[in-house]
Structure formats: structure tokens, C-alpha cells
Write a protein that binds this ligand. Structure first.
Ligand code: HEC
Length: 369
């Protein structure tokens, strides 16, 4: 509507109103005052800029310092402080992992192996595992892995070995996976010098001994400083060879004492001399002596008829005197088998006897009335 020319516009077009002449306006009137055109700085502004840039420099300095300190700190965290003050991070992590493996291996061992090899590897139905000469080279990680994968027959080729296959990669598969086998190996190879905490297998928390109120601990078996005698024969491949009389085993007192009485030679002087001698019966069954107590005459040679009824198990009879020295050591026989041991004359007294392979098989021999 408004863009419709109205009648008044028409009138203005037609009648221009006269305007009074005006003086020219000074140009300055339209520009800003001189203060606005200043391009130098006021003292206050200069002061502010100086303060600001000093702050910025400080900030930069601090940022560089913090970053450098972080890099230096991280360097030592990662690679360890020189002089052995701290361990490199990866080594530390590997150590932690090793400790965990040993702790888990301990639980696996106590649950599965201790029944035969003893709580501390001292032996029982199975051979000793904690001997230093054995741990030195014989019980190396590869060997242990093979034994656990193949089973007891790997050890001496005995197909009736009571030691089953443990690894689930064995044939037939055993109950333990490759990680658990690794843990067991870590435990069997753990060093004597390190003390480990017993962890509860289900809670993964330290086990508190109710008697002392302290955490239960255990140590490894391997003595890192052990070195076999330079002249010593290395541990035999088959552990039962260790007990063979006159063999590679220690040439010390027990071997010498045992050889005259050993059953190997039927025409031995003891046999002919003691022809009228007594015969004592003993048998082994389920890794125990059937007769816990034996009687024999004093000062005369006698025979022990030994019947090993444990299939696949090596047993013998080793008679000791009060000081613990072996006075007679029979040859090992793998059951089921019989042997007649010719025991030399003994003085009256009581003598403990045991199976060399299974030190927990014990009995007492009474000589004399
Ligand atoms: C049922 C009893 C039994 C159990 C359980 C048992 N073992 Fe054995 N172990 C034996 C016997 C027996 C031998 C000897 C094998 C042979 O010569 O027949 C043996 C041999 C070994 C050997 C080789 C020893 C040597 O001197 O060469 C190792 C290592 C071993 N066992 C580790 C283990 C581990 C680890 C476990 C637990 C997972 C275990 N055993 C569980 C009975 C057992």
C-alpha cells in the first residue's frame, strides 16, 4: 500500500520546496577524535602486554620442564634406574608372572603329585624330585614336559608305570592343560632362595596359617649355587639305575657294604656258609611292606625271601643300623617278581629297614632273641 504514490507525493514533485543554502561542513566533524587515531601504546597497555608475555613464557617453560621430567622419569621407569636400584618394567612384569606361575604350580603339585612324590618332593610311591643332583640337569623343563605328556613310561620305558599322562596333549589325554603344565614346571624349577606365598586356589588370596596367624609360605627346591662334583657321574636317565648296587651310584659305604650280600651271585660265600641259616619272608604290596616287623638270628648270615607284588613298581629292602648307615642293600626288583637276599651276619639289635625307592615303606628287623 505504501508504495502506491499518494497524492501528497505528487504534490511535492510538482512543488519542490526551496532549501536555504548551507555552509560546507568541515571534514573533521565526520572523523573520530585524534585520540582514537593513536597507533602508539599507552603506558598501561604496554604494562599489560609485558605482564602477559611474561606469563606466557613461564607457561611455556613449565610445560617444557614438566614434559622433560616426564620423559626422564618414564625412561627410568621403563628401563630401570642404573645401579640396579629398580628393575626394568618388563623384567619386573616377567618376575611377577613367574611368581604367579610358581604359586599356581605349587597348588597343582600339592593337589595332584604330592600323593606320590611327597609334599616336598621327597618321594614316596614315585621317585624323589627334590634332589639337587637330579634337579641340576636330569629334571630340566623339557624333560618334565615330556614326562607329563607321555606319562611314567617315558622315564624308564616301563609300560606299566603308575604315573599317568598329565597333559591334555598326551595320548590318552590327561587332565591338565598346557598352562597348568607350565605352572608345574615353574614350580619344580623354582629356586630355594625365593620364598613364595601360598595362595588359595579358588580365592587367589594368601592362605593364613591358623596356628601362627601368618601367611603360609613355601620355597622352591632348586639350589642355584649347586654344582655337581667335577668327577661325579651325571644322574642316570632312568631313576631306578640310581639304586643299582655296584653301578654308577655312590661308591661310598653303602655300595661297598651291600655288594657282598647282594643276591646277584648265588654261589656267594654267605649263601654256602649260611646254608642252615634262617629264611625270613617279606612281601611288598600297595607300596608298603606286608610284614612290618621281621626277626632273624644274631651273628649268622640269613636269607630274606622278598616277594614284590606291586606290578610295575621297583622295590627292595635296605637294612640300616642305629646310626642310619646301610648294612645291607638288596637289588631292586620290579614287581611282580621275587628275589632272595643273602644278608650277612648282623649283631643282635633292632635295625630299621626300608625300600630305597620308597623311603616311606619302612619296617623293623629284630636280630637276636
Ligand atoms: C600315582 C602316583 C604318581 C602321581 C600322582 C604322580 N607321579 Fe610322577 N611319577 C610316579 C612314578 C611311579 C614315576 C616313575 C616312573 C617310572 O619309572 O615308572 C614318576 C616319575 C615322575 C617324573 C620323572 C622323575 C625322574 O626321576 O625322572 C617326574 C618329573 C614326575 N613324575 C612328575 C610328576 C608330577 C609333576 C606329577 C603331578 C602332576 C606327578 N608326577 C604325579 C608316580 C606318580
Amino acid at each position: 500500500m505504501t508504495d502506491q504514490p499518494g497524492p501528497r507525493d505528487d504534490a511535492q514533485e510538482r512543488l519542490p520546496a526551496p532549501r536555504p543554502a548551507s555552509a560546507p561542513v568541515p571534514a573533521q566533524r565526520f572523523s573520530a577524535p585524534p585520540s582514537a587515531h593513536r597507533n602508539d601504546l599507552t603506558p598501561e597497555r604496554t604494562g599489560r602486554i609485558v605482564r602477559q608475555s611474561a606469563n606466557a613464557r613461564w607457561l611455556g617453560f613449565l610445560a617444557v620442564t614438566v614434559t622433560s621430567l616426564f620423559i626422564i622419569g618414564y625412561y627410568f621407569y621403563e628401563l630401570g634406574v642404573p645401579g640396579g636400584l629398580t628393575e626394568p618394567r618388563l623384567e619386573q612384569a616377567a618376575d611377577d608372572q613367574q611368581v604367579t606361575a610358581v604359586q599356581r604350580g605349587y597348588n597343582l603339585y600339592e593337589a595332584n603329585c604330592a600323593q606320590c612324590h611327597g609334599v616336598n618332593g621327597e618321594g614316596g610311591k614315585g621317585p624323589t624330585l627334590n634332589r639337587q643332583d637330579k634337579l641340576f640337569a636330569h629334571l630340566n623343563p623339557d624333560y618334565i614336559r615330556n614326562v607329563l605328556t607321555v606319562g611314567g613310561r617315558y622315564v624308564c620305558g616301563n609300560p606299566k608305570s603308575i604315573m599317568p599322562v598329565w597333559s591334555n596333549q598326551g595320548n590318552p589325554p590327561g587332565p591338565l592343560n598346557y598352562k597348568q603344565i607350565d605352572y608345574l614346571i615353574a614350580f619344580l624349577r623354582a629356586e630355594k632362595t625365593t620364598t613364595y606365598t601360598v595362595l588359595d586356589p579358588s580365592l587367589n588370596e594368601p592362605v593364613i596359617d591358623p596356628a601362627t596367624g601368618k601367611e603360609k609360605t613355601f620355597t622352591g627346591w632348586v639350589d642355584p649355587n649347586y654344582k655337581p662334583d667335577p668327577g661325579a657321574t651325571p644322574f642316570p636317565d632312568c631313576w631306578t639305575d640310581e639304586f643299582k648296587t655296584g653301578g654308577s651310584a655312590s661308591p661310598g659305604a653303602s655300595g661297598a657294604a651291600a655288594s657282598p650280600g647282594a643276591s646277584g651271585a648265588p654261589a656267594s660265600p654267605a649263601a654256602s656258609g649260611g646254608g642252615s641259616g634262617a629264611v625270613v619272608q617279606e612281601a611288598a604290596l600297595n607300596v608298603a611292606f606286608v610284614n612290618g616287623t621281621l626277626k632273624a638270628p644274631a651273628d649268622t648270615a640269613f636269607q630274606i625271601e622278598f616277594d614284590n607284588q606291586d606290578a610295575g613298581q621297583p622295590h627292595n629292602i635296605e637294612i640300616k643300623d642305629a646310626s642310619g648307615a646301610a648294612v645291607f642293600k638288596g637289588d631292586l626288583i620290579v614287581g611282580p617278581a621275587k628275589a632272595t637276599y643273602e644278608v650277612p651276619a648282623l649283631k643282635a639289635g633292632t635295625y630299621p629297614f626300608q625300600c630305597t625307592v620308597h623311603p616311606n615303606m619302612t619296617g623293623t628287623l629284630t636280630v637276636g632273641s
